[in-house]
Ligand binder design. Structure first.
Ligand code: NAI
Length: 261
C-alpha cells in the first residue's frame, strides 16, 4: 500500500479490460479516486465502477476515443468537474493488428499511430495543461512495451508507436521536471490480457512465447498494475523519464540464455 495515493484522482484510458482494468482496480485499492475511460462499450466499465463503489471506493466512467482531440479535452474536463482535481493520468489504451509491412494499408498504420502515439500525446498534453495551470506536481504514466526497443516484424506500426512513446516520455519528462511533474513509461512483456487471448489459448503459440521469456512464464496484469502504483506514488519521487520494463527478462536478449553465442 502507498499512502500517498489515497485521495488522489487518476484517469486510466482503456480502463475496462486487461492491463487498464488491473491499474484501475489497484488504484482503487490504494484509495485513489478513479476515472475508467472506455471507447465504445460502457457495460464492463460500469460493472468495475460499481464493484469499486460497493467496496467503499470512488469511481466514475467516461466515454472517450483517445485518438480524438475533442474527446481527450472533454475527458479531463469532466474528471475535474466531477472530482475537483486530477493528479495521475495513465495513457494505457492501445491497439495492435499484424500485417506484412509491404501490404499494410495506410489506414491500419494510421489507426495504430493515432491510438498508441497520438492518443498518448493528447492525454499527456491535456493532463500537463491542467497540472501547469493549477500548479499540481502531477504524474503521467505511458503504457509502452518491450517493443519500444525490440523490433517486431509485421507490427511495424505498433513498434514505431511504442518507440515514439519512449522518446515522448523522455522529452516531456525533461521539459516538465522543473515543475515537479513526473512522466514515466512502463514496458510490459507478454501479459495475459484480451489483446493476446487467442494467441495464449493455443498451447503451441503459448509455448513459443514462453521460450522468449527468461523467467519462463507469461505475466499477469496485476504485475503491471503494481508497477503503475509504485510509479504514481511518492515512493518513486526521484524517478522521471524512464521506461520500467516488467517483462520477465524478455528484453534481455533471451537467445543468449545458457551461455549461447
Ligand atoms: P486490451 O486489448 O486488453 O486493452 C486495450 C484497451 O484499450 C481496451 O480497453 C480498449 O477498449 C482500449 N482502447 C483501444 N482503442 C481505444 C481508443 N481509441 N480509445 C479509448 N480506448 C481504447 O490490451 P492490453 O493488453 O490490456 O493493453 C494495454 C496496453 O498495454 C496497450 O497500450 C498495449 O500496447 C500495452 N501492452 C500490452 C502487452 C500485453 O502483452 N498485453 C505488452 C506490452 C504492452
Amino acid at each position: 500500500m502507498y499512502n500517498s495515493l489515497t485521495g488522489k484522482v487518476a484517469i486510466v484510458t482503456g480502463g475496462s479490460m486487461g492491463i487498464g482494468e488491473a491499474v484501475v482496480r489497484r488504484y482503487a485499492e490504494e484509495g485513489t479516486k478513479v476515472v475508467i475511460n472506455y471507447r465504445s462499450h460502457p457495460e464492463e466499465a460500469d460493472q468495475i465502477a460499481e464493484e469499486i463503489k460497493q467496496a467503499g471506493g470512488e469511481a466514475i466512467t467516461i466515454q472517450a476515443d483517445v485518438s480524438k482531440e475533442d474527446d481527450m479535452i472533454r475527458l479531463v474536463k469532466e474528471t475535474v468537474d466531477h472530482f475537483g482535481r486530477l493528479d495521475i493520468f495513465v495513457n494505457n489504451a492501445g491497439v495492435e493488428m499484424p500485417s506484412p509491412s509491404h501490404e499494410m494499408s495506410l489506414e491500419d498504420w494510421q489507426k495504430v499511430i493515432d491510438v498508441n502515439l497520438t492518443g498518448s500525446f493528447l492525454g499527456a498534453r491535456e493532463a500537463l495543461k491542467y497540472f501547469v495551470e493549477n500548479d499540481i506536481k502531477g504524474n503521467i504514466i505511458n503504457m509502452s512495451s518491450v517493443h519500444e526497443i525490440i523490433p517486431w516484424p509485421t507490427f511495424v506500426h505498433y513498434a514505431a508507436s511504442k518507440g515514439g512513446v519512449k522518446l515522448m516520455t523522455q522529452t516531456l519528462a525533461m521539459e516538465y521536471a522543473p515543475k515537479g511533474i513526473r512522466i514515466n513509461a512502463i514496458g510490459p512483456g507478454a501479459i495475459n490480457t484480451p489483446i493476446n487471448a487467442e494467441k495464449f489459448e493455443d498451447p503451441e503459440q503459448r509455448k513459443e512465447v514462453e521460450s522468449m521469456i527468461p523467467m519462463g512464464n507469461i505475466g499477469k496484469p496485476e504485475e503491471i498494475s503494481a508497477v503503475a502504483a509504485w510509479l504514481a506514488s511518492d515512493e518513486s519521487s526521484y524517478v522521471t523519464g524512464i521506461t520500467l520494463f516488467a517483462d520477465g527478462g524478455m528484453s534481455l536478449y533471451p537467445s543468449f540464455q545458457a551461455g549461447r553465442g
